[in-house]
Ligand binder design. Structure first.
Ligand code: ATP
Ligand code: MG
Length: 329
């Protein structure tokens, strides 16, 4: 049995992985996979909260997200990929944990509220949409995770998970779940190229890890800073400089650019180009490695990993049902 601290993290297949994922969570997964027992969820069931009518796209992106991570350096002999729909214990646990959270508490979850606004769900979202927040508690607790590497937008979900873990221990007197800690990335919230919202698959403002050199340059050129002219002093903390700090390898170079920018007389365009080249240098080896992983290879891997994941989540569920006096067979 392993005694390494356990990680649960993941993504929803509403598109491919972008730079926000990389700096917010993926980098930490790669860094921590050696000395942690690492489970990486692909939340394909939760993708149906906004993509119920596009099942083929959800399936395609499930495979692409795994490929993105293998290309970025996740080692499948160290980390376990978890396709949510392959793990029945998660669904069962979602229902059981839903009894421990007041409905009003779920609807007050700031992440959920922000998503309703930014994804323009109005009041016509499905019943399953708010349920996904409880489902995310189940994802984390099914693996009895100690640590959850996420972007800042997910802080509220981890907080709710901590409450549920404590509540379970209090009500059923059983220590099944560790109270998990969030681990934010080097950049906790990377803005999108619209310069306003966080970079997000669903909002058309993302630079993808699989984008070509041309696409990266075109998107960076569109990055919206709101600056009117190169003559006026620029804000060295604006979105362009958030990108520069995130992706230029040399901090001294960033500060040199920032000083010139703040004085005025330095346009956005050359800095955008320099940052685009740094992003391209980061993702170029990923582009190359991605081609090595065929669909069949990914599917074989997912089948094998589902066995490992079901063993862990199944054991959690058995312990939960015991604690809840739900074991009869
Ligand atoms: P969607 O628009 O469908 O919600 P998303 O782009 O927000 O997609 P998720 O799958 O919801 O991506 O998030 C996966 C992980 O990546 C989460 O841990 C999330 O916090 C992190 N993440 C997503 N976007 C960013 C970002 N812009 N900056 C930092 N971390 C991010
Ligand atoms: Mg999201």
């Amino acid at each position: 049995m392993t005694t390494r601290p356990r990680i649960l993290t993941g993504d929803t297949p509403t598109g491919r992985l972008h730079l926000g994922h990389y700096v917010g969570s993926l980098e930490n997964r790669i860094r921590l996979q050696r000395d942690h027992d690492c489970y990486i969820l692909i939340a394909n069931v939760h993708a149906f909260t906004t993509r119920a009518q596009q099942p083929e796209d959800v399936r395609r992106d499930t495979i692409e997200i795994v490929r993105d991570q293998l290309a970025a350096g996740v080692d499948p002999s160290l980390a376990t990929f978890v396709v949510q729909s392959e793990i029945p214990a998660i669904a069962e646990l979602t229902f059981l944990l839903a009894m421990l959270i007041p409905f009003s508490r779920v609807m007050r979850n700031p992440t959920l509220k922000a998503e309703i606004t930014s994804k323009q769900l109005g009041d016509h979202y499905s019943f399953g949409f708010p349920l996904y927040a409880v489902g995310q508690c189940a994802d984390i607790l099914a693996f009895r995770a100690d640590l959850v590497p996420v972007g800042e937008d997910q802080a509220a979900h981890v907080e709710m998970t901590r409450e549920v873990a404590r509540r379970f221990a209090q009500v059923y007197g059983a220590e099944v779940f560790p109270v998990p800690e969030p681990l934010f990335g080097r950049v906790a919230r990377l803005p999108g190229i619209d310069g306003v919202e966080k970079m997000s698959k669903s909002r058309g403002n993302a630079i993808y890890l699989s984008d070509s050199t041309d696409e990266i340059r075109r998107k960076m050129a569109r990055l919206y800073t709101g600056r009117q002219s190169a003559d006026e002093p620029g804000d060295p903390d604006n979105v362009l400089f958030q990108y520069a700090r995130a992706f230029l390898p040399d901090p001294a170079r960033v500060e040199e650019l920032a000083a010139g920018y703040a004085r005025g007389g330095m346009g956005d365009a050359p800095i955008k180009r320099e940052v685009a080249d740094a992003i391209d240098a980061l993702v170029a080896p990923m582009r190359e490695r991605r081609a090595r992983f065929t669909d069949d290879a990914v599917l074989d891997l997912l089948r094998e990993h589902a066995r490992r994941a079901n063993a862990v989540a199944g054991e959690t569920l058995a312990r939960v049902k015991d604690a809840m006096h739900l074991t009869f067979a």
